[in-house]
Design a protein around this ligand. Structure first.
Ligand code: DOR
Ligand code: ZN
Length: 346
């Protein structure tokens, strides 16, 4: 197969930021994606329905002429979140999910949750109205090795929350481990997992062997090779339980190439081309559409997009800019490290 047409994809986990960065990175997603679940970890975070409405309006205003892009808004869960505000924002159709960051787990997560009992009322209300919880699944206990934080989160945090809140729909986001894959697979249809593009490509050697490569550093950090292979199996043969959430997370180069570099890989520009490459390698091009365009929408209860995109495999490798210029400084586009011959052509 050298040409494939898919329903227009959805990115079920995306960082668009705000201001100059938003202006610069939004076209990179809107070029290929019809919709995205937009992360709320701005500074300050998007906590209330009113803040989400204002952020949605800033995003919509930044969509370039000729593009159609719908931001699917989320609220940042804090210990002070008001269940009634969440319910009203969901009922109005504005908000599609609530995001749980364990406090201190990642970029701008300081306002996240420390004591899970304090968000019990919100979670119960969400279960009652069917509003999904998107989870950054890493424990923050400093004594836990960073490569074990996802697996331990499942037993220490995720299972207890789900047992205490029957019916809560949960997305374990950007899973990076075989344990994450196995957990999602073992649960019912109120549980799903998103997988990023970069975690299908890199393992921890890419970050650390032969020199430290800050543009491959993200959270959850890439793990050993057998985890990457489990993610590839889940993305291509996951039975509808795993779908694309790129976690494309722009940081300007000077904050990535830094003594204390920020976490995040910027993949919006070349995600679809790289995914076609991966799915072809896995002899699963026929399941690419489910991963990028159908299964996520089905989990969230959205109709699939009407439009399509077409990818073609070319003799010469695809080219994309090495960096995106933003008013906040250049942002390096994820380098898969091998030539990609697939390109979005329409
Ligand atoms: O690598 C990451 N970058 N992981 C996250 O969880 C947050 C994100 C960001 O906002 O930069
Ligand atoms: Zn993220």
């Amino acid at each position: 197969m050298t040409r494939i047409t898919l329903r227009r994809p959805d990115d079920m986990h995306l960082h668009l930021r705000d201001g100059a960065m938003l202006q610069a990175v939004l076209p990179e997603s809107a070029r290929h994606f019809a919709r995205a679940i937009v992360m709320p970890n701005l500074v300050p975070p998007v906590v209330t329905g009113a803040e989400a409405a204002a952020y949605r309006d800033r995003i919509t205003a930044a969509v370039p002429e000729g593009f159609a892009f719908e931001p699917l808004m989320t609220l940042y869960l804090t210990e002070a979140t008001d269940p009634a505000d969440v319910a009203a924002a969901a009922a109005s159709g504005l908000v599609k999910a609530v995001k749980l960051y364990p406090a201190g787990a990642t970029t701008n997560s300081q306002s996240g949750v420390r004591d899970f009992d304090k968000v019990r009322g919100v979670l119960e209300r969400m279960a009652a109205i069917g509003l999904p919880l998107c989870v950054h699944g890493e424990v923050t206990d400093p004594s836990v090795d960073i490569f074990d934080r996802e697996a331990i989160f499942i037993d220490r945090v995720l299972e207890p929350i789900r047992r205490a809140t029957p019916g809560l729909r949960v997305v374990m986001e950007h899973i990076t481990t075989k344990e994450g894959v196995d957990y999602v697979r073992s649960q019912g249809d109120d549980m799903a997992g998103t997988i990023t593009t970069h975690h299908l490509i890199i393992n921890r050697n890419h970050i650390l062997a032969g020199g430290i490569r800050p543009h491959y550093y993200c959270l959850p950090v890439a793990k050993r090779e057998h985890h990457r292979l489990a993610l590839r199996a889940a993305a291509t043969r996951g039975g509808g339980r795993f779908f694309l959430g790129t976690d494309s997370a722009p940081h300007p180069d000077h904050l990535k190439e830094h003594a204390c570099g920020c976490a995040g890989c910027f993949t919006a520009t070349n995600t679809m081309a790289i995914l076609a490459h991966v799915f072809e390698e896995e002899a699963a091009l026929d399941r690419l559409e489910a991963f990028t365009s159908l299964d996520g929408a089905a989990f969230y209860g959205f109709a699939p997009n009407q439009g399509t995109i077409t990818l073609e495999k070319r003799d010469t490798p695809a080219r994309w800019p090495e960096k995106i210029d933003t008013g906040a400084g250049p942002v390096t586009v994820f380098d898969p490290g091998f030539p990609v011959h697939w390109e979005v052509v329409d």
